[in-house]
Design a protein around this ligand. Structure first.
Ligand SMILES: [Zn+2]
Length: 404
């Protein structure tokens, strides 16, 4: 890393935050905050609210938007979520940014992966160290360094740390859309796509659906002709949906719930599936097929079919403004002597939702690490300082209108 006094990022190396970032990552990763662990999320939200109050502006904890799910019996049930932390700094500034992260992890409260262990002198293994408690520490340190520059006073920003990113940000999607509105640029702190720091570039989209089939039960031996078999209709739906797959769209029928005893024609079934459209055109084409297909099958099998769910992560192409933001991150990486590369991915994150609001976003500004979503998840510790310096420098350049 270059040490240049005129370079705001150089301050990072001199600030106590380097050690502090590691301590924060360790402290936060020791708290289980699986998306369904409301107690753990409440503890995380409290700690984050306290940590981010070191910055100017106002910290609030926002209530999650109501979300429902379909139970195996086909009934619609409420799904609880934790509160989302928001820091709003200089809301009246003409040029404002959005920085986002998530406090939840994929590890439920009873998951055995709990310990933090050093793999070697600079590699720390633990739940959420890379995805993304280390990334949250990077946001905080980068903003502290940025606030020490003269330019910071002329711009503003919002920081949002949601509690439900790992399950699709359903309860934070309205908040993300509200905060993204009118922002000059956004940075999201997912870990790098590869351990060498490679950034995710274009992303496909993602949608999750439950189709609830209601048929009619009957005795399988005495009067099967009076029954309307919901499982058979759901199975045909699964096969027909899968057949919609093409190069720009993957369809994954994942599960069928339903039925009862062997001698009963099943009167209910729930088919669950995920889609991954690469482009908005592929998403639109799928949506019109999804209007047509269940109607055809409902008619043929004399059942009713109800749909729940939707595309929660729109496809994220890299438009010209986003390309300029990537170019800025590349230039800043070069100045700091950091590796820069990009690659497209089928993975999704809040960057998809931010880009859908027309705001340019680079969404892998967090730490370098790997094996995320597994009990081998690790953080490359020196990347805390690297990525905090990178963000501070990018924020500094953005504050002088680098995308205009
Ligand atoms: Zn993540």
């Amino acid at each position: 890393m270059q040490q240049d006094a005129s370079n705001p990022a150089a301050r990072i190396a001199e600030m106590p935050d380097c050690a502090e970032m590691l301590q924060q990552t360790q402290r936060w990763s020791a708290i289980n905050s699986g998306t369904d662990n409301l107690a753990g999320l409440a503890e995380m939200a409290g700690q984050l609210a306290e940590a981010f109050s070191a910055l100017p502006g106002e910290v609030t904890l926002e209530e999650p938007a109501p979300v429902t799910a379909i139970a195996p019996d086909g009934s619609e049930i409420a799904r609880e979520h934790g509160r989302h932390m928001v820091l709003s700094v200089r809301p009246q500034a003409p040029l404002r940014f959005l920085l986002t992260g998530h406090m939840d992890t994929v590890y439920p409260a009873d998951h055995p992966f709990r310990e933090l262990t050093w793999i070697d002198g600079e590699t720390l293994r633990g739940p959420g160290v890379a995805d993304m408690k280390g990334g949250i520490a990077v946001i905080l340190a980068a903003l502290k360094a940025f606030e020490a520059t003269a330019e910071a006073a002329s711009v503003g920003y919002d920081v949002m740390i949601n509690s439900d990113e790992e399950t699709g940000s359903l309860s934070s999607a309205p908040l993300i859309a509200r905060l993204a509105k009118g922002k000059y640029a956004a940075l999201t702190y997912e870990p790098s796509a590869l351990p060498d720091g490679t950034h995710a570039h274009a992303r496909g989209g993602s949608g999750n659906y439950s189709l609830t089939v209601k048929g009619r039960s009957a005795h399988a031996g005495r009067n099967p002709q009076d029954g309307r078999n919901a499982i058979v209709a759901a199975a045909e739906l699964a096969v027909r949906l899968k057949a919609l797959q093409h190069e720009g769209l993957s369809v994954n029928p994942a599960r069928i719930d339903g039925g009862s005893a062997n001698n009963v024609v099943p009167d209910h079934a729930v088919l669950r599936f995920n889609i991954r459209p690469r482009t908005q055109e592929a998403a639109d084409a799928f949506l019109s097929d999804l209007d047509r297909l269940p109607r055809e099958i409902a008619e043929r099998h004399e059942v009713s079919i109800a749909r729940h769910g939707g595309i929660s992560r729109p496809p994220k192409p890299v438009d010209p403004r986003a390309a300029r933001l990537f170019a800025l991150v590349e230039r800043c990486s070069g100045e700091l002597g950091l590796h820069f590369a990009t690659r497209d991915t089928g993975g999704v994150c809040d960057g998809n939702n931010i880009a859908a609001c027309g705001v340019p976003v680079v969404d892998t500004m967090g730490v370098r690490g790997g094996a995320i979503h597994s009990p081998e998840e690790y953080l490359i510790v020196p990347s805390l300082a690297e990525r905090a310096a990178l963000s501070a420098l990018v924020l500094h350049r953005l504050s002088t209108g680098a995308l205009s």
